[in-house]
Design a protein around this ligand. Structure first.
Ligand SMILES: [Zn+2]
Length: 366
């Protein structure tokens, strides 16, 4: 009996997705993002569930440098490697040296993570991409990466344009922290002084988040370069599939999906979509909803800071779906619970799934 399970861990306003897939004989795993430090205890608890002697994780993805995705991974990898609770076989993360050779950097947390991977897991860094950038090529087929055990990932984002824009943003962010471009030793030294990434210290939220201010319309206009640099992909296993969209921009995701569709096919049929940017109205478009035919829609956010998911995005999913969609929320919050009542009436247009009261985090079993 095969399985493909997606757990949206409680990660406050961010993403931390634990994926398990099994052919019935052996369970394999992926970790996509680590949430902000405020959710680290849940990630840590999840990882301690791994059986002794079996810490192997086929792929660790750090989609982009925003604190609500990266901080938990910096904290995790700041532990000496022989005490990491996981053993990743490949780590996808676009750092300085993947920015097309520009003299540019990736935000302070991005520099910290680059330094950590460089020091502790260089051999595993973007292995599937020959240590180059995780990027959709301008022409030709989309990269299709098989993982052990039969999972196949198709890269949808970022493209080279989004990566270059992020490079410009990074340079500005790093300058204010007095890190010299490309000096991973300097970043390492500075990381050592930032106690929040070291076990046993008080946990605090990271500084400024690059997430964009919400706009009034559902136009897919997310101005955040960091979000645009998100690694997003289609994951397929044993006839089941999910789009993991991180905080990616709709223009590049839709372009990639069009490239993926066989001639004459108008829509990509998948089982599930991890909605981009926690259900922000800036990261969903009518074009996307027309291109994708899915049953399950996952919203990862506690509602903290950014009030995600946005009502416009959730309503668009309900109204744009051909079939009766099921909405999955990893928190009960004022931004998620308002959909419950209408989902429970006879003839409801959609279904909802929430964590049990008093808890957070939820698992979708495809
Ligand atoms: Zn985010």
């Amino acid at each position: 009996m095969t399985s493909f399970n997606i757990e949206m861990l409680p990660a406050a306003q961010g993403d931390a997705l634990w994926v398990e897939y099994s052919d019935g004989a052996r369970t394999r795993r992926m970790l996509i993002d680590g949430g902000p430090l405020t959710g680290y205890e849940f990630l840590s608890e999840c990882l301690t569930r791994l059986p002794d002697g079996d810490q192997r994780v086929e792929l660790l993805v750090v989609s982009h440098v925003d604190t609500d995705h990266i901080e938990g991974i910096v904290r995790l990898l700041a532990t000496p490697r022989n005490r990491w609770p996981i053993e990743p076989k490949d780590i996808w993360f676009n750092g300085y040296r993947h920015m097309g050779g520009q003299e540019l950097l990736g935000g302070r947390e991005g520099e910290f993570l680059s330094a950590l991977i460089h020091q502790r897991a260089f051999a595993e860094w973007n292995k599937a991409f020959d240590r180059s950038a995780v990027v959709v090529p301008d022409a030709g087929p989309l990269p299709r990466i098989p993982l052990a055990g039969g999972m196949v990932l198709t890269l949808l984002s970022p493209d080279s344009g989004k990566l270059k824009k992020m490079g410009d943003r990074w340079e500005k962010d790093v300058a204010k922290w007095e890190i010299s471009p490309g000096d991973l030793d300097q970043a390492w030294a500075q990381l050592a002084t930032v106690q929040k990434f070291h076990p046993g210290e008080e946990l605090t939220l990271g500084g400024d988040d690059l997430t964009a201010k919400l706009q009034a319309q559902l136009k897919g206009h997310d101005p955040s370069d960091a979000n645009g640099s998100s690694i997003a992909f289609l994951a397929e296993f044993s006839g089941k599939s999910c789009l993991f969209l991180a905080d990616a921009h709709m223009d590049v995701v839709c372009r990639s999906i069009r490239r993926l569709l066989p001639v004459g096919q108008a829509r990509l049929r998948v089982d599930a979509v991890k909605m981009s940017h926690h259900g922000s109205k800036n990261n969903i478009t009518a074009e996307f909803l027309n291109l994708v035919d899915a049953e399950h829609f996952l919203f990862s956010s506690s509602g903290a800071i950014h009030d995600h998911p946005n009502r416009e995005a959730v309503v668009a999913v309900i109204e744009g779906a051909d079939r009766i969609p099921t909405l999955w929320f990893n928190y009960r919050s004022e931004f998620s619970e308002l959909y419950e009542a209408d989902s429970l009436i006879p003839g409801a247009r959609y279904r909802t799934r929430y964590p049990a009261r008093g808890t957070a985090g939820i698992v979708l079993r495809l």
